[in-house]
Design a protein around this ligand. Structure first.
Ligand code: SF4
Ligand code: MG
Length: 322
């Protein structure tokens, strides 16, 4: 059994003039225990909405969220509370997500208080343990968030997210606000904690060069849908969807000759008014007639259409489904 299985998850918002914005459309995904699933796509493609919907921080419009086999969609928010111990999130902005009036120790220990875990002394001991785990000095607990750098604040946010020993962590652009040199420290910290704690992580980023370092599998999102999903090596070495190929062509990679960069035409279309057929057809360098009218399903392609050993699923008419 997968730790988490999403079935046909969707989230719509009311848009302007009665329009419906389909932020997440029909997303089906699994995350195994101890697995890191990277989710990549341009800003506005629905990645954050997906991450928040699966935690029910925002209410999905439809679909199922099976966590250890139990459908979270069927639970009241009250019944969700014990499950929240297993499901945690860290956000992009370590400046905005920490209460400036609380000490770091208070912030990290808050989830323990909310869930009624341990005595005062036990909680203090747990906070000390968490500070050590994320590489912060022992006395950090008595200080305030503004006394820390961006990278250190993200360590505080990570410590708080780990306080209750969650099984699944959603990391939503967790390093995007940090300087590049600090990014790699935090990525390494997350990767190290993931291994030590056998965490499952949904790692959301617009940056494929960040995602590839931590992910076992990668899902590529475009306008609310998964357009390709597969093992990280296959996505990086043999991307199939033209959108994935374009994302990949934009990042320099050691050992790989820099191919000609594929520059996508135009902006991400308005999610309130998505293109017909394949939503990527307005920007796709390989667009065909059929792409304008028929939406390709996410599926494993016929063996003859892909390299031997390929296991990725892709939503593109260039790859007829098996
Ligand atoms: Fe491009 Fe057509 Fe494939 Fe969409 S279905 S990615 S438009 S080739
Ligand atoms: Mg986002």
């Amino acid at each position: 059994m997968s730790l988490l299985e999403l079935r046909h998850l969707s989230k719509t918002y009311p848009g302007q003039n009665g329009a419906v914005v389909q932020a997440v459309s029909d997303v089906s995904l699994t995350i195994e225990p101890g697995e890191v699933l990277g989710v990549v796509g341009e800003s506005g493609c629905g990645k954050s909405t997906l991450g928040r919907s699966l935690l029910r921080l925002i209410e999905p419009s439809g679909g199922e969220i099976l966590f250890e086999g139990e459908d979270l969609m069927g639970l009241s928010q009250r019944a969700m509370k014990p499950r929240r111990r297993d499901l945690q999130i860290i956000f992009q902005d370590p400046f905005g997500s920490l209460n400036p009036r609380h000490t770091v120790g208070g912030i990290i220990g808050e989830p323990l208080v909310v869930h009624g875990v341990g005595t005062r002394e036990e909680r203090a001991a747990r906070v000390a343990e968490l500070l050590k785990l994320v590489g912060l000095p022992e006395d950090a607990g008595k200080r305030y968030p503004h006394e820390f750098s961006g990278g250190q604040r993200q360590r505080i946010a990570i410590a708080r997210a780990l306080a209750l020993n969650p099984k699944l962590l959603v990391a939503d652009e967790a390093v995007s606000a940090l300087d590049v040199s600090i990014q790699s420290q935090i990525i390494n910290l997350i990767a190290d904690l993931q291994k030590r704690l056998n965490l499952s992580i949904l790692f959301i980023s617009h940056d494929l060069s960040v995602i590839r370092h931590v992910s076992d599998r990668i899902a590529v999102m475009y306008l609310g849908r998964i357009v390709e999903v597969g093992p990280a090596e296959e996505i990086m070495d043999a991307p199939k969807h033209p959108y994935t190929q374009a994302l990949l062509s934009a990042i320099p990679r050691p050992g790989v000759e820099r191919k000609q960069r594929i520059v996508l035409q135009g902006e991400l279309p308005d999610p309130a008014n998505p293109p017909s057929g394949c939503a990527f057809h307005t920007r796709c360098p390989k667009v065909m007639d059929i792409c304008h009218s028929v939406r390709p399903e996410l599926a494993r392609p016929q063996a003859s259409a892909v390299e031997a050993g390929s296991v990725s699923a892709v939503a593109c008419h260039l790859y007829p489904a098996a």
